[in-house]
Design a protein around this ligand. Structure first.
Ligand code: GTP
Ligand code: MG
Length: 476
């Protein structure tokens, strides 16, 4: 170990051995990457900031002999972070790995051979040891962004995604690329925030799976591959007319085509539908909402563009982002709500149409396998349910206001509001019959059990007059 570990080990003794099983709540992170890419700097920048509490501490780094390890607390997790001189040294310990952070030197990456070597190393790791890493979260860090010749994280990520084999290998690992400077510390917390929320979501998901009834399951009507209806049908009560979207289906289909549908051609032999349907980066034409920043997510949403899927969490997130915008801009709440609902209808309908078309195409191609691969869940449109959740987010925001200087990201907000993860919350206010009624899909229906908690200032109590069929009076 380099002198850092020796120097500070007394603070965290006894130091865990590599073979020790991590405490259940500890998150084991392996930091890998080329020599000199900044792994040690990263570890100790985090260590001084979060373990010692001296973020401005200046330190020298020396070349790592074998590995360094520190335990670093962040939010309510303890991260046991190992950084290795060579990737090979991490191999015996990969099976006890929750997170791989792969470092790239963004300056050296401007040389194609260096960039390619980094990609090859990642691919090698995943193909050789994929079985040990099935549940690992994988992150690429584009370090040294403070340097003026640094290649941007976006460009590095683009190159990674052009490599089909690498993209396939990363698929399913909740892969993301982050820009950072281990020298200045910029971007480091964004990485930990992402890890914390991803891990927390997984824990919640595990809990929800192990306890019945499933509390994590959205209370919005959902449609998913297994429950998805035959091609041509949509997930709404039989006989009901299509959602009253402002754009008709042909308009939406035109828009979809314009959004480079060809890129997702389900019949492509080169690119099986599973890949086509599972873009894993923020740069896809049809993005996974989880992989977009709040700002990109909102921009995409505002344009009514199709997402890979749109689930309950996406709804909560867009509600939060809209409510924050209302706070900042003093936009009329009714106007913002109208936009939120209109875009939601268009987006959900786009997803339905895309899936219908993709299924149709796959059937024409006799590619039966493809029809089973719509794995993600998507809500269906319901005005009552949407407005209920918008209201509950508003309520949580009022109880947990975002203070000046605080992290305003959705990820951060939602960590503080566990009640929003209770998918059964609506049962306090609505009977099942009302909440899921056909009429409730098309217009807002007030709660029939008890009034919603008061989350608005009195001036914005009523949404009547928004042009939508909303009569949304809140009784405190
Ligand atoms: N400008 C800049 N320099 C950095 C950054 N991160 C690390 N460095 C410098 O890059 C050099 C290598 O950093 P290390 O942290 O030792 O890199 P490493 O990956 O641990 O290297 P090995 O131990 O040799 O594997 C040092 O001179 C650091 O000061 C960064 O974000 N920006
Ligand atoms: Mg080092």
């Amino acid at each position: 170990m380099s002198r850092f570990s020796g120097l500070f080990s007394s603070l965290w003794s006894p130091r865990p051995s590599q073979d020790q099983t991590p405490e259940e709540e500890d998150v084991t992170v392996r930091v890998l990457g080329a020599r000199g890419s900044g792994k040690t700097s990263f570890l100790y920048k985090l260590y001084f900031k979060h373990a010692v509490g001296t973020p401005d501490e200046a330190f020298d780094v020396v070349r790592t002999d074998q590995h360094n390890v520190e335990s670093i607390p962040y939010l309510n997790q303890m991260y046991e972070i190992w950084e290795y001189a060579e990737m090979a040294q991490s191999i015996p310990h990969l099976s006890k790995t929750n997170v791989i952070i792969f470092f790239v030197d963004s300056v050296k990456c401007s040389h194609p051979t260096v960039a390619e070597k980094a990609r090859d190393n990642m691919l090698w790791l995943l193909t050789q040891y994929g079985d040990k890493l099935t549940d690992a979260i994988i992150i690429t860090v584009a370090n040294k962004q403070d340097e003026k010749d640094a290649v941007s994280a976006q460009d590095i990520g683009d190159e990674w995604m052009k490599d089909i084999r690498l993209r396939e290998a990363l698929n399913g690992h909740q892969w993301r690329i982050f820009p950072c400077s281990a020298k200045t510390g910029d971007g480091l917390d964004a990485i930990l925030n992402y890890l914390s929320s991803t891990i927390e979501n997984r824990q919640l998901l595990r809990l929800s799976v192990s306890s019945a009834p499933q509390p994590f399951v959205t209370n919005l009507d959902r449609h998913s591959s297994s429950s998805r209806l035959p091609p041509g049908a949509v997930a709404r009560p039989a006989g009901q007319s299509p959602s009253p979207v402002d754009e008709d289906d042909e308009d939406i289909r035109r828009k979809l085509r314009h959004q480079s549908l060809a890129d997702f051609a389900p019949t492509s032999r080169e690119r099986p539908l599973s890949q086509a349907r599972m873009p894993i980066t923020p740069w896809e034409d049809m993005p996974n909402p989880y992989h977009l920043s709040d700002q990109d997510f909102k921009n995409w949403y505002d344009q009514g563009r199709v997402f890979l899927f749109f689930d309950y969490q996406s709804l909560i997130r867009i509600s939060y982002i809209y409510l924050r915008q209302i706070e900042r801009t003093h936009e009329r709440r009714s106007e913002a709500t109208r936009r939120l609902l209109n875009n939601l209808r268009v987006i959900l309908r786009s997803i339905e149409l895309f899936e219908q078309d993709a299924k149709q195409a796959s059937q024409n191609d006799r590619n039966q396998r493809a029809t089973t691969e719509f794995a993600h869940e998507c809500i269906t449109y319901s005005e009552t349910q949407t407005l209920f959740w918008l209201h509950m987010v508003s309520y949580c925001l009022m109880r947990n206001p975002v203070l000046e200087g605080e992290d305003v990201s959705f990820e951060h907000f939602v960590l503080r509001c566990p009640e929003l993860w209770d998918g059964e919350l609506w049962r306090n206010y609505y009977s099942y019959k009302t909440f899921h009624s056909e009429r409730g899909h098309l217009e807002f229906i007030a709660p029939d059990k008890k009034p919603l908690p008061n989350a608005f200032k009195s001036s914005s109590l009523a949404l009547k007059g928004s042009g939508l069929n909303i009569d949304y009076q809140i009784v405190s």
